[in-house]
Design a protein around this ligand. Structure first.
Ligand code: PLP
Length: 394
């Protein structure tokens, strides 16, 4: 027996552990100080009433012999897939029912989708980036190249035709940078992918934070995407399902090559390795798309967006360069005074008792930048913003 030696090549995942260690060491040394956390990417508001109602009703169904459900369809129940289809249709995007696959979240699907692609594909990942894209490919032994995101391109890299890539990751609105592609920006990637015979793995986990009309919520709003893109979506940030677990992936029928159909291969993969999302959870997820459910989740998203605006307004006032904050729950700021990410982390912790996430943890190009999130409570966000303003105004 041999272990997968590719695991030797995965960077030690120390970022959040190191953040937690430094924050608790500070608290232990200064028990009188209140430390405020704007670092985590998890939601804090509870599930909305419409979802809770549906979950309860589904639990009761499971208690009745006549309504009990055992194994469900691998690709998800039709009632939920119809609702997802309706959600896309309401934004002018037509997808077929058999193009929608319900899952236990975007992270699983983003990792598992690699099962359908050959190991010798070249993978193009933006830097900085959500670390899952890199680590899942390193585990499989794939070659990774990077698209540089920077202050110069607003952390939205454009395709470079001198570079040949087969699998391209795009996350918009982006984690960690909060930057989101315009229609033209994304069209450039779709054209590039089609010309390279490549696939775009489009992570739309934060689409519900988009408010600007010229920004894209689904890659399938772009002409040509049906021949080159797979979209990953999640109820985690849309509806607070981080602990409840549900997401969906859209694979168009047109995504096919050399006699292989990505859609058919994914169904085959899922039916082999996955036995579906619990019925109860799918009922809860479907409630998100009812009129009341939509209204309620929008109220929660507005709450987080107000927090984001508080932070973004403070950065404007302080003259600190940043991306995100408007169409995203993340604010990605340039560390003031030429500090690197960890220097700024310590400076903020020691002088304002505020914890954020060092940008260097998301890739080489993240150094010198810092991520703050809007997922905390309004009270904590207000207090943290007040302290940051006081500190950086000096
Ligand atoms: N994609 C991005 C960019 C994320 O930031 C996250 C979670 O933080 C996920 C996917 C994971 O989503 P899920 O909870 O549906 O697995």
């Amino acid at each position: 027996m041999k272990y997968n030696s590719n695991f030797n090549d995965i960077a030690e995942n120390y970022l959040f552990a190191e953040v937690a260690d430094r924050a608790s060491a500070y608290s232990a040394a200064h028990p009188d100080k209140k430390v405020l956390k704007l670092g985590i990417g998890d939601v804090t508001l509870p599930l909305v009433p419409e979802v809770i109602k549906a979950l309860h009703a589904a639990v009761d169904e499971m208690s009745r012999k006549s309504d009990f459900k055992g194994y469900g369809p691998y690709e998800g129940y039709d009632f939920l897939r119809e609702s997802i289809r309706g959600y896309y249709r309401s934004r002018g995007v037509n997808i077929a029912l058999n193009e929608i696959f319900v899952s236990d979240g975007a992270k699983s699907d983003l990792g598992n989708i690699l099962d359908i692609f050959s190991r010798d594909n070249v993978v193009l990942v933006p830097d900085p980036v959500y670390p899952v894209y890199v680590d899942t490919n390193v585990m499989a032994g794939r070659k990774i190249i990077y698209a540089d995101a920077s202050e110069k391109n607003g952390f939205l890299p454009e395709p470079d035709y001198s570079v040949k890539a087969d699998i391209i990751y795009i996350c918009s609105p982006n984690n960690p940078t909060g930057a989101a592609y315009t229609r033209e920006g994304l069209k450039a990637w779709v054209d590039y992918a089609n010309s390279m015979n490549a696939v775009i793995l489009y992570d739309a986990a934060y689409e519900c934070f988009i408010e600007d009309e010229n920004l894209v919520r689904s890659v399938f709003e772009i002409d040509g995407a049906r021949t080159c893109a797979i979209e990953f979506c999640s109820f985690s940030k849309t509806a607070g399902f981080t602990g409840t677990r549900c997401g969906y992936t859209v694979i168009p029928q047109e995504l096919a090559k050399d006699g292989f159909s990505a859609n058919k291969m994914w169904l085959r993969r899922q039916s082999t390795k996955f036995n579906g999302v619990p019925y109860i959870v799918q009922r809860g997820a479907a409630a998100v798309f009812t009129a009341d459910g939509m209204r309620e989740i929008k109220e929660n998203i507005s709450y987080y967006k107000k927090n984001a605006k508080l932070i973004a307004d403070a950065m404007d006032e302080l003259g600190v360069w940043y991306t995100g904050g408007k169409n995203s729950p993340y604010i990605w700021l340039k560390c003031p005074g030429g500090m690197n990410s960890w220097q700024f982390f310590d400076y903020l912790l020691e002088n304002a008792q505020v914890v954020g996430t060092p940008g260097s943890g998301f890739g080489r190009n993240g150094d010198g930048f810092f991520r703050l999130t809007a997922f905390g409570s309004e009270e904590v966000t207000r207090e943290a913003v007040g302290r940051i303003k006081l500190l950086l105004k000096k």
